[in-house]
Design a protein around this ligand. Structure first.
Ligand code: PRP
Length: 213
């Protein structure tokens, strides 16, 4: 039997994914060891392999077929725009993609001013402002702690993920506009879907029964 390989997003999504897989009888004991530096883990019995990757790399591994299946946030899927099948909403990792900033920035948005937007998601920001709102903006790509943008006056607003809202609150920022809801999704390589149809469809069917959407 050929291995089915899973690319999981490092961090919170990975632990929730492993918990979900356990509910359908798929476990990977090796992966639970927090101190390990190993990158790839195997369940010989079920013919499965798992590895952890940075979120934006997960759709890349899946598009190229280095992984058959990936679990990643819908923010990353939308930002990366890879040729993969999105097959299942896993119902966890729920949050929202929003335009955020200080309250005063609301008028800049309303008047369609040429504002500066700091974000880890330049494609989502561009799509939203240029195509949906018809507003010309300057997009500044950052790699994290995006909330700093308006505080140190790098940008007027940010486009970022809001989960509990506490990062915004603690930094005097607020949600100004909502772009879309987000959650963890399962993606599949397009060729794997044809070659391993039975195994993959069976997995999707079993997961569908336990996910809470
Ligand atoms: C994400 C996001 C926000 C925060 C939102 O950052 O970019 O900063 O979580 O969560 P909250 O609404 O519950 O406060 P992450 O922790 O992934 O790190 P980063 O800032 O380095 O991207």
């Amino acid at each position: 039997m050929r291995y089915l390989t899973f690319a999981l997003t490092k961090g919170r999504l990975a632990s929730k994914t492993l918990a979900l897989l356990e509910q359908v009888g798929i476990s990977c004991e090796e992966m639970k060891d927090k101190d390990t530096r190993k990158l790839i883990f195997t369940n010989e019995e079920l013919g499965l392999r798992f590895f952890l990757a940075k979120g934006p790399d997960v759709p890349t591994y899946v598009e190229y077929g280095a992984a058959d299946i990936g679990v990643v946030g819908s923010d990353t899927i939308r930002e990366e725009n890879r040729r993969v099948y999105e097959v299942l909403d896993l119902g966890f990792g729920k949050c929202r993609m929003c335009v955020c900033g200080p309250e005063e920035a609301q008028t800049l948005l309303q008047h369609h001013e040429r504002i500066r937007v700091a974000t880890k998601y330049p494609n989502i920001a561009r799509e939203y402002f240029y195509n949906k709102k018809n507003q010309t903006v300057d997009i500044i790509k950052l790699n994290g702690s995006v909330e700093l943008g308006p505080i140190v006056k790098l940008s007027d607003v940010i486009v970022d993920i809001v989960e509990t809202g506490s990062t915004l609150r603690e930094n005097g920022l607020t949600v100004l506009e909502e772009i879309c809801p987000l959650s963890a999704r399962m993606i599949v390589n397009q060729v794997s879907m044809q070659m391993e149809t039975e195994r993959i469809k069976d997995l999707i069917a079993r997961l569908r029964k336990v996910v809470e959407v």
